[in-house]
Write a protein that binds this ligand. Structure first.
Ligand code: ZN
Length: 426
């Protein structure tokens, strides 16, 4: 199926093109440029967003669940939960509604047996980060949300697994159960790797643990992006881990030794180490708006990454919900387990809006932190996080003030708001 999407502004995001057009075929972008610069196919399905902004689909490297679904699928016996019977597809539709087209399914520390079983299940849901070969035919229907493929709303897809724990610090484990934490072990990593079918793309590690450097080297050899976090490390230990191949930081400031002017520690390194990238939960609750601004100024538009850290309760409203093996209480943006913050109910589009308001950044710059930057961290920026010939036709349509109006995933589109004129190509 051919697709022609035009918008008042297209953010690639290396460039901002006014009055531009994106052409896609078979789920892959074939051309992007200003209207009139190239000939449009006459047999394409056409979407016009004259007052909106077209940007790459968002990439979230830290998702635990959403819409009542927990990616681990672990149920603790006896615990009551208001979580309804949900499916992975429900979560993936919710993610897409918030502009996310690709995500890393992220574990929570659990007993080894449960983790292995969860990794096996999660691996089944992982699709390749490479471009899909398929091209689906479909006709649009009226009403919102409308989809180019009958009534099926588009979904985000898992492009890998993020192993968050068990190789993290007891002092900074957050709500990860202390009893299930492990010292770095190559044998365990191999077990996890096998269970996950080689789909582990990112692993959060505390650099100060004995054996961390060896573990980091082994993980990097497998192509895993090692992210430092859940850690009480000082600056020297953090730098040793970076030299061993770690190059990213997990939710800067949260579950980390606090920054001090005499002891910058791991959080100081997360903001300043050259060549490294770092992510942040920009909800104003996990990190104060002013400190989000500090982080943005320090890390800049090329190395800062937004994550949701979203859990099953995302999109479910207030109440009791599940996060891996334990329960959390959600009130507004706060998600608590025994009085401690336990994951978030932030969505990535809201994180981008917060960057606009906390940091005073324009949308063009803010979306980069949730598109090109995370794709670069994962080394998939030829396929994801960009609008360029050869990249997946994963696109998000934004209003000028940062609301998601429509999402296209691998060439399939769902319009959530009445913002589009559509029809056959002229
Ligand atoms: Zn997390």
């Amino acid at each position: 199926m051919k697709l022609v999407i035009s918008a008042g502004l297209v953010i690639t995001p290396q460039e901002s093109l006014k009055d531009a057009v994106v052409v896609a075929e078979g789920g892959v972008v074939s051309a992007v440029g200003r209207r009139g610069e190239f000939e449009l196919p006459s047999d394409a399905e056409r979407f016009d967003f004259p007052h909106a902004v077209l940007a790459p689909g968002l990439v979230d490297v830290h998702v635990h669940g959403g819409a009542g679904w927990d990616v681990m699928g672990i149920r603790a016996g006896g615990a009551k939960s208001r979580t309804r019977a949900a499916s992975r597809e429900d979560m993936e539709r919710l993610l897409a509604r918030h502009g996310v087209t690709s995500y890393l399914a992220t574990t929570v520390t659990a007993p080894v047996k449960a983790t292995l079983a969860a990794l096996e299940r999660m691996a089944e849901s992982v699709v390749s980060g490479k471009n899909p070969p398929f091209a689906q035919k479909g006709r649009a229907k009226g009403g919102a949300p409308s989809s180019s493929r009958h009534d099926e709303e588009v979904r985000a897809r898992a492009i890998g697994i993020h192993l968050e724990g068990p190789f993290i610090s007891r002092a900074k484990c957050g709500v990860h159960p202390v009893k299930d934490l492990l010292r770095p072990s190559l044998a365990r990593l191999n077990e996890f790797w096998k269970a996950a079918g080689g789909h582990i793309k990112m692993m959060t590690v505390a650099p100060e643990l004995p054996g961390a450097e060896k573990l980091i080297r082994a993980a990097v050899e497998r192509g895993i992006v090692v992210s430092l976090g859940h850690s009480d490390a000082d600056l020297p230990a953090t730098r040793r881990a970076l030299r061993a191949g770690a190059r990213h930081f997990t939710h800067t400031f949260n579950a980390m030794r606090a920054v001090s002017h005499r002891d910058p520690g791991i959080a100081g390194a997360a903001m300043t180490e050259p060549g490294a990238t770092a992510d942040i939960i920009a909800d104003g609750v996990h990190v104060a708006p002013e400190m989000v601004d500090v982080f943005l100024r320090a890390r800049g538009a090329d190395a800062a990454v937004l994550i949701s850290d979203g859990i099953s309760a995302t999109g479910m409203g207030d109440g009791r919900h599940r996060l891996g093996p334990f329960e959390v209480e959600v009130r507004g943006l706060r998600c608590l387990h025994k009085g401690r913050l336990a994951g978030s109910v932030l969505t990535l589009d809201a994180a981008a809006r917060n960057v606009m308001s906390f940091g005073g950044w324009p949308l063009e710059r803010a979306v980069r932190l949730a598109t090109l930057n995370p794709a670069r961290v994962l080394g998939i920026e030829a396929q994801k996080g960009v609008i360029a010939p050869g990249a997946a036709a994963d696109l998000t349509v934004w209003s000028r003030n940062g609301e998601v109006l429509a999402t296209f995933a691998r060439g399939q589109g769902t319009v959530y708001a009445k913002a589009a004129r559509r029809g056959r190509a002229r």
